[in-house]
Write a protein that binds this ligand. Structure first.
Ligand code: MG
Length: 249
């Protein structure tokens, strides 16, 4: 069931999104060689608590941390660990959410650790740009397929692959609501976009093939070919005046 939010509900949800964006910024600023993913998770967790919110991912289906932190060929859902130390040249995807006022915000970005290769930088840039290609299509009267097809075309035209098994999603009172928001699709097809819909748009883009596998920890998703993957996400509201990026600071 798709839940449409009133402008009053959007204002409440905006607070959750603002805190999520602040936590992601703080976590991203902590990214540097020698830092562990557990330390980054703690920064995000502390930021969210200090803002009076709760980490939306912690204990969600049993996930053990406030942030999913995924390095290099890890696509999503990496578990923060004191044993995972960032090194120069890595790319690290941080995905986190905060809950306050009964609403959730959700956002993600991939950060460079020290100096990264030109290829890694290009993957991150194209993935982030594709997020905005998708957001531009998040307009009332459009369809879900408009968003995914724009993302896929942008990335595939540049030689990259779109992960199919995981998608964006509705977000609101719950972290995951209807509809599913795939990063691929057909223009003009899928659920009709209406004012008051709030969706997380989140391209997960691989430098190599689209194939993924889940590690035995039950969470970490990696590329099958071991090539890099990047991930960017915003929570977006569809309004009569166009897409509103809720997780922009
Ligand atoms: Mg999400």
């Amino acid at each position: 069931m798709i839940v449409l939010k009133t402008s009053r509900e959007l204002a409440l949800m905006k607070e959750a999104c603002r805190i999520s964006a602040g936590a992601l910024k703080a976590a991203g600023e902590a990214v540097e060689p020698g830092v562990t993913t557990a330390e980054i998770d703690k920064i995000a967790h502390d930021f969210i608590l200090k803002a009076g919110a709760t980490p939306a991912f912690l204990n969600y289906n049993g996930f053990p941390a406030a942030a999913c932190i995924s390095i290099n060929d890890e696509v999503i859902h990496g578990i923060p660990s004191e044993k995972r130390i960032l090194k120069s040249g890595d790319i690290v995807s941080i995905d986190l959410g905060a809950t306050i006022n009964g609403y959730v915000g959700d956002n993600a970005a991939t950060f460079a650790v020290g100096d990264i290769s030109a290829e890694a930088k290009r993957l991150c840039d194209v993935t982030e740009e594709s997020l905005y290609e998708g957001i531009r299509r998040a307009v009332a009267g459009g369809r879900i397929g408009d968003i995914g097809s724009a993302i896929a075309q942008y990335c595939e035209d540049r030689g990259y692959s779109v992960v199919r098994e995981y998608t964006g999603h509705g977000v609101g009172a719950k972290l995951h609501e209807d509809p599913s928001v795939p990063n691929f699709g057909t223009p003009g097809r899928g659920v009709r976009l209406l004012p008051g819909m709030t969706i997380a748009i989140e391209p997960m883009i691989n430098a190599g093939g689209a194939g993924i596998r889940v590690l035995p920890d039950g969470w970490t998703v990696k590329t099958r070919d071991g090539k890099l993957s990047a991930h960017f996400e915003h929570t977006v509201a569809i309004t009569a005046d166009g897409p509103m990026i809720m997780t922009r600071l």
